[in-house]
Design a protein around this ligand. Structure first.
Ligand SMILES: [Zn+2]
Length: 167
């Protein structure tokens, strides 16, 4: 299980609560245009070839979390936290969580998931211009780092994302 990003990486106190939320969660609801400019989240397939489901969970104590539920790969995203970010960055968070499932377990890390997300958005055409990239970097630079979870301090994280974009 990986919890990602915005709160310095505090572990979910209530994993059970998250699982209960899954029980009651529906598929990702029809996106409000102001929040999600795309009709679908970033398509996601696990490293093992499984489809990965995105589930909205407003009780999540963070922006997102990748985990498994009864063996199936899922991504929980908190829409209340997501909406604090620009639309492009919201999509990037989806792709970041996807990266935790899509990457080989041997290389899965916060840094690798950041890189996966950045390249995915580049290759899918969401990041087209330097202005797009700078918007992403500007918001990531505000995030706290956390040595325990492997999140780099925001400015370092933003710089690493830029390197992933160009390489
Ligand atoms: Zn992560």
């Amino acid at each position: 299980m990986r919890q990602c990003g915005t709160n310095g990486g505090r572990r979910l106190a209530a994993t059970a609560a998250a699982l209960v939320a899954v029980l009651y969660a529906t598929l990702w609801p029809a996106p409000a245009a102001a929040q999600f400019p795309v009709q679908q989240p970033v398509p996601c397939t696990s490293f093992y070839g499984e489809p990965v489901q995105y589930i909205a969970d407003a009780s999540l104590n963070d922006v997102g979390m990748s985990t498994r539920y009864y063996g199936r790969p899922i991504i929980l995203l908190n829409p209340m936290v997501l909406q604090r970010f620009a639309p492009l960055v919201q999509i990037w968070w989806q792709a970041h969580e996807c990266g935790h499932h899509a990457l080989s377990p041997a290389i899965n890390s916060e840094v690798a998931a950041d890189c996966f997300a950045t390249r995915a958005l580049r290759d899918l055409g969401y990041i087209r211009t330097w202005a797009d990239l700078e918007e992403l970097m500007r918001e990531l630079a505000t995030l706290p780092g956390n040595a325990f979870t492997g999140h780099l301090p925001g400015p370092m994280r933003a710089a690493q994302v830029r390197d992933c974009f160009v390489n």
